[in-house]
Design a binder for this molecule. Structure first.
Ligand code: NAP
Ligand code: ZN
Ligand code: ZN
Length: 348
């Protein structure tokens, strides 16, 4: 066993606090990672507050992990001590089902093993990246491109892949109009990646406050959705919409702006069921689809794509002692555009 420390929520909705715990010893195919940075995803907040149900406590959140390798197991082939690596939302899967064989481990038919808030092969709880060290099988690691900063890369492990995967899957590119709903962690990566894929991007954000940021990130148009009449003239204009909103809101407004055969991609995950008017799909043969993060192979492809296009995440680096305050700011939409914890701040 390996003794380590981090920050945990001891029960649903509790403030995060210092927590000491054990990780498994480094096995033959494992590497031990010294965690340098970990992004704060809105999913961390949903789960720490048990908004999706079934949360396991104590919970050490964090699935946007980057660090360097301290130790490798005897049979590790692909990585060496000192390499910079990343860990995303899952750390294992069955490896034999159709989804795993297709490199789509996130859809593993036995269920992927989440980086935190999951149970490992031995039934022990998994703990995430708000901590000093983590032990992970080499097959579930990503290689960090040397041209990107470590802190700017951490959020790519979830926010980056969650937006890249569906945009690639549905063929978003040159000649397409893409709308991005919600300019937070996922939203700002959707703008950068959508633009890099060649699409013309419009941001749908509630207020005017993020207008100049949206332009800087690569959007050509901006709609402040809370403003009276802001959606006028947009009906039937978009090929794709990607909805990254974390809270209950009206999907129908955004279905209506799609063209015939347009696609609305849901990645935001509010916990409540939300009504969809059938006619918004039926009348123009539109479709509404969901997407969950991405597999290991595609996550590596996304990291290399972001390095090639020089599109790290825009981050605000914080010490771990400010994690609870950061959660409150995320909930207020007050983040430009991802908080990233510097794990050096964890003493001892
Ligand atoms: P985030 O940084 O908090 O961004 C969410 C954005 O949604 C906010 O910046 C805000 O944008 C908008 N928003 C918030 N509350 C709203 C409300 N009441 N009405 C309308 N808009 C609102 O969160 P994130 O980390 O990007 O995550 C977004 C969602 O995706 C979360 O539900 C998360 O759990 C989910 N997620 C899904 C996957 C997946 O695999 N599908 C992966 C990661 C995360 P504006 O200020 O611009 O309006
Ligand atoms: Zn996430
Ligand atoms: Zn599987």
């Amino acid at each position: 066993m390996l003794h380590t420390q981090g920050y945990a929520a001891m029960n649903a909705g509790a403030a995060l606090e210092p927590f000491r715990f054990d990780r498994r010893a480094v096995g033959a195919y494992d590497v031990l990672i010294n965690i340098r940075y970990c992004g704060i995803c809105h999913s961390d907040i949903h789960q720490a507050r048990d908004e999706w149900g079934g949360s396991i406590f104590p919970m050490v959140p964090g699935h946007e992990i980057v660090g360097d390798i301290l130790q490798v197991g005897a049979d590790v082939k692909k990585y060496h001590v000192g390499d910079n690596v990343g860990v995303g939302c899952f750390v294992d899967s069955c490896r034999t089902c159709g989804s795993c064989r297709d490199g789509l481990e996130q859809y593993c038919e036995s269920g992927m093993i989440l980086t935190y808030n999951g149970l490992d092969q031995q039934g022990a709880p998994t703990y995430g990246g708000y901590s000093k060290q983590i032990v992970v099988d080499e097959n579930y690691l990503l290689r960090i491109p040397s041209s990107l900063s470590l802190e700017g890369t951490a959020p790519l492990l979830c926010a980056g892949i969650t937006t890249y995967s569906p945009l690639k899957h549905w063929g978003v590119g040159k000649g397409h109009r893409l709308g991005v709903v919600g300019l937070g962690g996922l939203g700002h990566m959707a703008v950068k990646i959508g633009k890099a894929l060649g699409a013309e991007v419009t941001v749908f954000s509630r207020f005017d406050a993020k207008r100049s940021d949206a332009e800087r990130l690569g959007a050509t148009e901006y709609v402040a959705t809370e403003k009276e009449g802001s959606m006028a003239g947009l009906s039937g204009k978009f090929d794709f919409m990607i909805d990254t909103v974390s809270a209950a809101h009206d999907y129908n407004t955004y279905l209506d702006v799609l063209k015939r055969d347009g696609t609305m991609i849901l990645v935001g995950a509010p916990s409540e069921p939300l009504p969809v008017l059938a006619f918004n799909l039926v009348l123009k043969r539109r479709r509404m689809v969901g997407s969950l993060i991405g597999g290991i192979r595609e996550t590596q492809e996304m990291l290399d794509f972001c390095a090639e296009h020089n599109i790290p995440s825009d981050v605000e680096v914080i010490p771990i002692q400010q994690v609870n305050e950061a959660y409150e700011r995320v909930l207020k939409g007050d983040v430009r555009y991802r908080f990233v914890i510097d794990l050096k701040s964890l003493e001892g």
